[in-house]
Structure formats: C-alpha cells, structure tokens
Design a protein around this ligand. Sequence first.
Ligand code: G3H
Length: 541
Amino acid sequence: MDLEKIKNVFPLEKDIPKEFAIQEFIEQREYLIDGEIRYWAGAVQEIQSPVCIVDKSGKVSRKAIGSTPLLTSKESTEALEAAVKAYNLGHGYWPTLTVNERISHMERFVSKMKEKRHEIVKLLMWEIGKSLKDAEKEFDRTVVYIIDTINALKDSDRDASRFEMQEGVLAQIRRVPLGVAVCMGPFNYPLNETFSTMMPALLMGNTVVFKPAKYGVLLIQPLLEAFKECFPKGVINVIFGSGRAIIGPLMETGKVDLFAFIGTNTGANDLKKLHPKPHRLKAVLGLDAKNPGIVLADADLQVAVKESILGSLSYNGQRCTALKILFVHKNIVDKFIEAFTEELGKLKIGMPWDEGVSLTPLPEPGKTDYLKGLVDDALQHGAKVMNPNGGVVNETFFYPAVMYPVNEHMRLYKEEQFGPVIPIVPFSDVETPIRYIVNSSFGQQASIFGKDSKQIAYLIDALVNQVSRININAQCQRGPDTMPFNGRKDSAEGTLSVKDALRAFSIRALVATKDSEDNKEIIRQIIRERQSSFLTTDYIL
Ligand code: G3H
C-alpha cells in the first residue's frame, strides 16, 4: 500500500457523495417508554464519526454527526417499570396474546423497518465506519433473521398444537415467556446483534428494555416511531446512555428475568453480579473470542490466504468471530506470509461509501493507539512487521499490520485485538496450537486449513471439546443464522440461532392429565368451546 494513499485517506466535505452526506447535525433527544416517545432535555453524548474530514487548512478531524441522550437511572427505572407493568406477572396483554397475534405485530414492524433501510445503512457507515456493502448486508440479514424467526415460531407452534400421550399421561406442551428482558448489543453489529436477541424475546411474549450499543446509536432513532406504533405500550422500551449507569440499577431491582448481552465478559459479569437473585436471571451472552486459524503444511495456499484475509480483516477485524491469531506450519510460513501480504496489499482503503472498499476507519476512541501499543510490544519481543506500511496510523485509520514471529511473551498472543493486526505464530508440531487452544480463556471457534484427512480428523477430535465450531478450509463465522452460534469458557453463555433463540427466551409449560374418559371429556370441551388460549389445537396456517 502506497503511504501517500494512507496519508490522504480522508475526504474533503465536498468529495462525499450527496446521497451519503450528512447535511445537518442529528440532535436526537427522543426515547421510548411505556408507548410514549419522550423528549430529553438533559445531558447528551456527542457522536463523533470515525470518518474524518479534511478542512480548507488541511486539518483532519473526526466529524461530529449528532448527539444522543445520556439518560439517568431515573429514566431507565421508568422503562423497567413500564416493561414490568406490561408483563404484569405473566397476565399482561402481550404475554397472553396468541402466537399468531404477536406475529402480526412483528410483521407490521418489519414492513415499517424496511422503509428505513437507506437511512439506517447510511448511519451504519457514519457511526461505525462499516462499508456500504457490509452495512446493507447487516440490514438485509437482520430483516431475513426476523422473518426466519417468525417462520420458526409458526413451526414450533404447529408442533405444539398436538397432544402427547405417554405412560398414561395426556399432555400439551408449549413454550411460554419468561418475563422482562434487558437487551444490549455490540457496536460492530449494532442492528443485527441486538435485534437477533430482542425480536425472538418479544415474539415469545417477553417485554423488553433495549439499550443500543456504545456506537451505532443514532441508527435506532428512525425506528422509534415504528416500535411505538407496532407494539402495545410498555412491551418495548428504548433507552440511551451509559450501560453501567443506567442498566446496573435495573439489575439491582431483581426485576430483570432475562439478560441478552453481546459484549465483553467483564461487562456481562459486572452487570450479572448485581442481580440479587442470580438464579432468577437467565442470561444469553455472546462474549470475547480469540479464534485461531491453523494452517497445516499441506494447506492449499490460495484457499488458506483468501479465507485468512477474510477472517482477519473483514470489517477491519472487528468481529467477535474474526481470526485473531494464525498458527502457520514452519514449512510454508514464508510462502504464506508472502502471499498473505500480497493479497492484503490489494485491499482497497477508503471511506465506507467508496466502491469496493475493504479497510475503513475505526470507531473506538483511542483504538489506533491501543493497536499501535500491541505492535510495539510485539516488536520489542522480537517480531517484525511483515507488510509495507503495516501499522501506519492516520487519525482513526490504522493500516493492517502482519506481525511475525509471534510468541507467548507478546500481548498479541493472548489479547483480543478486535482490529486489523494479524499475529502469525510458526509451528512444527500440531500440539502447539492445540495446547494454545486448550489453555486459552476463550472457546468460540477455530479454522483448520489443510488436505490430509487424517491430520484434520485428529485436530477435529482434539478441538471439538474446546471450541464450539470448527471450520475446515474456511474462515470462522456466525452464519448461516439457522446454525447454532455459541461458545465455551469466557466466549458465551447459551446458544443463538433462529430456532435456539426462541428456546432461549422461553420456557416449556405443559398441561397434563391422567388418561381417563372423564379427563379427556374436560379437555375436549375446553378445545371445542375455545375456553383456553393455551390449551388449543388451533393450527397456524
Ligand atoms: O461479532 C460477532 C458476530 O456475531 C460475527 O458475525 O461471523 O457473521 O460476522 P459474522
């Protein structure tokens, strides 16, 4: 990569394409509690885009694009109380509504959400620096996720419409809600990862307090009206502010039944610990990871390089599933690095809306300093930067650095960099990466690149009790969303997928009776005369 290109990566205001430009500062003051969009007159958080602008004098600075409310525990407690009231100990309107009716509310929401695609995609680019292609993908994938979840719920409700007879016991089993859910997501997928927990939670009849991610907050505003219109009051409450300040006090009340959180394990622990009755809090967590790629001596170099580039650098390496350390067999490590750095050099740098762009600026304040610290530490311990201009920083932009040879004395060996630094560790014995994974605090996924089935099988068996997904000749990833997404150790709690999420946010309840003619007649009458909404054989068409 040409140094001049990195130095000139940021645009002048006039160079921003009109359809993606932010004309006016977005001062967002609204939040949603108890079916009411309220106006906040207090302190706000300014939103600085990762995109910097070059002014006439040549000065480069982050563009301030808007502000969001910094609510206090007073407002978050009101949001919780609204959700508690709407749930009404399981007797509220929403938890007692039929599945079919809840689905109609959700379908209305999806159609309104689709109308906001352009606005949300644009904000994804400006708030978190995601490329246009990836931002569109995030939006569309979220819509598909909701539709798939609706279909999965219909299927499960159809299965539940029949009775089971076992050992003389006649029963009907259905899934019912758990209570009040607090949903929080990460900045790298501020739409997808919050909605992939919140929507199944709602569909199952829970009521929700939703706090958007740390960055990627403004993009929720266009949906507030749709939330208000499509769901009964109190069913969904949307609050803004610092997680610790506004969510901590909610946990302390003991009134939160479900905690859906995608973020760091320390953040999740701190909040979980505040609940006075931890056994009454069900948590669904997606946390940290340090997924390794293992490149065996016989690996197809082209495939291994292509997938490792995708795995370590898609969205600048800011994915929980990213490949965050590469173990490469010493017989091919030189060739691998040569091919890897060559491919990396072809990746286009630029602004999120630039055609074909891969590498964009980073949203977290101080992130480039942190990454530079990791590179410096590795250099001090004997690694080298293997690619031209690796680690060059321009404000919020960090050009990827390939570090080699990395060893256990370097921070990069263990720390989750969550950014564009690629540590490469040479090995001669597969026990080296196996030991690394066994001793790691994380256990999300791993990738194996190679051809020899015997060796791959050996690694599969060695790793299958360590991580939750092993990818053969492919990068690590969450999708397809119908497949289980989870992790061990500090990487996750619970499993997500279209079907698993519906299970995670509900509990089975059954109505059972002894198989006698009198009992059967009671059941028949309840069904015939439609006396119960739980005990019914209605079939969703
Ligand atoms: O950040 C973690 C995401 O769940 C990763 O999803 O593999 O589809 O990018 P992805």
